[in-house]
Design a protein around this ligand. Structure first.
Ligand SMILES: Nc1ncnc2c1ncn2[C@@H]1O[C@H](COP(=O)(O)OP(=O)(O)OP(=O)(O)O)[C@@H](O)[C@H]1O
Length: 320
């Protein structure tokens, strides 16, 4: 099976940005003068350096990097600073450069905003991002429990806005999951972590790399040969969104009973050979239909982000 070959020879060969792209094209903008906890968009172009930022606490560790909550010393504006150390392996460095490249290209209310990029003489690379004070949807699930349908409709609409923007710009995220979706206290949800994303150069580019988090991968990503040697990466993001919403509703990963730890082989068989998971009794027809539109095994039958934005599940009364 194609996946077995891919597992032996993980395709981590994300192309490095062109040499001219490796240094930030723009100076780090000054933070807004407001002292609010969440940094807002700024149009200032004055540059600041990493010495202007005071580290307050570690927010989390990712694949090779650390994310800090930082304060701009002069304005007190708060940001999240993702740092990848100079001695990190080349894959990690490539991923953060890729993330920088994508964040610089994007401008959407539902994609985490990049306020600038820093490169230190030590080789450390850092991205200054807006700070999302409630963390990830995964941490919110763990701290506050499962999400109501009304909340999920709110989440789904925002993630779809972000995905529809990315897909229109030929960017495939490839790792949509609760821990890559950030949220703030206004219940604004933003897509983050573009380390394994792909920018499609042409509409019909092949998308074959085996990257991302196995559990949220669509069936065609495990065995692209069955689908003619490539897969529709846009549809794959939609599959991952469907699983993400189910997990937030049920409180556990949908393919497995609560409490069971996934092992790679069981998961792969369930995803490729089993029926797509369905919602438990009690879910509304609209939510059930929405999830079915995301979790079509045949990728060409899956709805696009644009089409899902008009699904009746998203227009329900937020109070119900
Ligand atoms: N902009 C942000 N605002 C607030 N917290 C953040 C922000 N970005 C990241 N974090 C926190 O830092 C953690 C690490 O983020 P990061 O993107 O480095 O890695 P990850 O997505 O958890 O893992 P990986 O990179 O291995 O997929 C996140 O889980 C989240 O808790």
């Amino acid at each position: 099976m194609a996946l077995v070959r891919e597992r032996r020879q993980l395709n981590l060969s994300l192309p490095l940005p062109e040499p001219t792209e490796r240094r930030p094209r723009f100076p780090l903008p000054l933070p807004p003068t407001s002292t609010s906890a969440t940094a807002s968009t700024t149009t200032s172009t004055s540059a600041i350096s990493s010495s202007d930022l005071e580290k307050l606490q570690v927010l989390g560790h990712g694949n090779g990097g650390t994310v800090y909550k930082v304060r701009h010393k002069r304005t007190s504006a708060i940001y999240a600073l993702k740092v990848v150390h100079g001695d990190s392996d080349s894959t990690t460095r490539r991923q953060v450069l890729r993330e920088m490249e994508i964040l610089r290209r994007t401008d959407s209310a539902n994609i985490v905003q990049c306020h600038g990029c820093l490169e230190k003489p030590s080789g450390d690379i850092a991205i200054v991002m807006e700070y999302m004070d409630l963390g990830t949807l995964d941490s919110l699930l763990k701290s506050s429990g499962t999400f109501s349908e009304a909340k999920l409709a709110l989440v789904a609409r925002q993630v779809l806005n972000g995905l529809s923007y990315l897909h229109a710009h030929k960017i495939i995220h490839r790792d949509i999951k609760p821990s890559n979706l950030l949220v703030n206290k206004n219940m604004e949800v933003k897509i983050a972590d573009f380390g394994v994303s792909k920018i499609m150069c042409r509409t019909l580019d092949a998308c074959t790399s085996y990257v991302g988090t196995c559990a949220y991968m669509s069936p065609e990503r495990f065995d692209p040969d069955t689908y003619g040697g490539n897969y529709n990466g846009y549809a794959s993001d939609i599959w991952s969104l469907g699983l993400t919403l189910m997990e937030l509703y049920m409180g556990h990963f949908p393919f497995l009973p609560a409490g069971q730890r996934p092992d790679w082989a069981t998961l792969m068989c369930a995803i490729c050979f089993g029926e797509p998971p369905s919602l438990p009794d009690g879910a509304s027809n609209e939510f059930r239909s929405f999830v079915e539109c995301c979790l079509q095994k045949e990728s060409s039958k899956r709805w696009t982000a644009e089409k899902l934005l008009s699904h009746p599940f998203l227009s329900r009364d937020p109070e119900t």
